[in-house]
Design a protein around this ligand. Structure first.
Ligand SMILES: [Zn+2]
Length: 236
């Protein structure tokens, strides 16, 4: 083990004397480095079931979700990433995405030919407040694992809407998100836009599908891909 790694672990040990690491979900003390990396005890982390079901919320979209939002450890990880500004959550999310790619049909379905990944953007006001976009973090992890380019500038959020999860019912969510996105005309993506054949739209949670469908509608006008795939960490 190299010296830098030892120093980092010593610092973590000193920190833990004052702030011992506990599981995000059940608040039990975390013992192993693996548990500390996952921010969850092994029991809670292993209770996140990888979903193998492919959803088709709309005839034009195939939706892949790693797990269910009703699973509390999964929900805690997403909340920790979004609301506690905790970028350490990237590690367990990376593990879940890797497991998902191994177990699901995602790799068999994507062609990787002229494919791009587009994360759902935040409005610039919310981005400034939060400091990062959680959908971009998930998109980067997925892009790295699949070897697909992530394009973050093409889709823009022009309306600062209330979070979809706070909306009551499908109709309210559709109204909330309508006309929310636009494509940035100044962005020249590396691919020839006329040749994009596969679009993977990434978000953290899939609630009613309104956000991904609205983004797909906006992107479809510019790119006209043959296939649109949705990818989220959790499905509500
Ligand atoms: Zn736990």
């Amino acid at each position: 083990m190299d010296i830098a790694k030892n120093i980092k672990r010593l610092k973590l040990l000193a920190l833990e004397m004052f702030f011992p690491a506990v599981c995000l979900n059940c608040v039990k003390y975390l013992h192993s480095w693996e548990e500390k990396d996952n921010l969850l005890c092994n029991n809670c982390f292993n209770s996140i079931e990888i979903s193998e079901i492919i959803h088709r919320p709309d005839p034009s979209i195939l939706l892949f979700s790693v797990g269910s939002y009703s699973n509390t450890p999964m929900r805690e990880l997403i909340h920790n990433l979004k609301f506690n500004l905790n970028l350490r959550t990237q590690k367990p999310i990376e593990k879940l995405v890797k497991n998902y790619i191994k177990k699901s049909h995602l790799e068999k379905i994507i062609s990787r030919e002229n494919s791009i990944i587009i994360p759902i953007p935040l409005h610039k006001k919310r981005l400034k407040k939060r400091g990062f976009n959680q959908a971009e973090i998930i998109a980067d992890i997925l892009g790295k694992e699949l070897g697909i380019l992530v394009e973050k500038r093409l889709l823009e959020r022009v309306k600062n809407t209330a979070p979809q999860i706070e909306m009551d019912g499908k109709k309210a969510r559709e109204e909330n998100i309508k006309g929310c996105f636009t494509t940035h005309s100044g962005v020249m993506i590396n691919h020839n836009t006329a040749r994009i054949s596969e679009l993977i739209i990434v978000d953290d949670i899939y609630t009613s599908g309104s956000t991904i469908l609205e983004a797909a509608k906006t992107l479809n006008r510019k790119l006209k891909p043959a296939k649109i795939i949705g990818f989220t960490l959790a499905k509500a």
